[in-house]
Design a protein around this ligand. Structure first.
Ligand SMILES: C[S@@+](CC[C@H](N)C(=O)[O-])C[C@H]1O[C@@H](n2cnc3c(N)ncnc32)[C@H](O)[C@@H]1O
Length: 103
């Protein structure tokens, strides 16, 4: 199995990654998983995506990067502190970030 990422990282990824490291968030997704999410998002033009567990927005950045202009993404997390990192760095009209219990 190859563990090489052959697609570009999202432009927003690096600032979210830096803010994530500074925040002490310990549940961040790894880049290989995020790269797969980008590919899956790209396979569904016009998709209405739901992400449960935004964290600081690392996976969110990748999903957005794979989505076409007609797609939308709602991402939910119940931790306002970490969700605010995503809100600060991911400003995209296709994205709705919600602080709520996903249950
Ligand atoms: C593994 S982390 C998410 C990692 C993130 N997707 C990333 O790419 O770095 C899981 C997230 O789920 C959130 N979470 C856990 N239980 C939740 C619930 N009941 N409702 C909403 N969010 C929840 C946590 O606050 C945490 O940010």
């Amino acid at each position: 199995m190859t563990e090489e990422i052959t697609q570009n990282f999202p432009a927003s990824y690096f600032e979210v990654d830096e803010a994530t490291k500074q925040s002490g968030f310990t549940m961040a997704s790894d880049s290989l998983t995020c790269s797969l999410l980008k590919t899956l998002a790209a396979s569904k033009p016009g998709g209405k995506f739901l992400e449960l567990g935004t964290g600081t927005g690392l996976s969110t950045a990748w999903i957005l990067d794979g989505m076409d202009s007609a797609s939308t993404l709602t991402s939910v997390d119940n931790d306002e502190h970490f969700l605010n990192i995503a809100k600060q760095h991911l400003t995209d009209h296709r994205l709705d970030l919600i602080c709520a219990d996903a249950g």
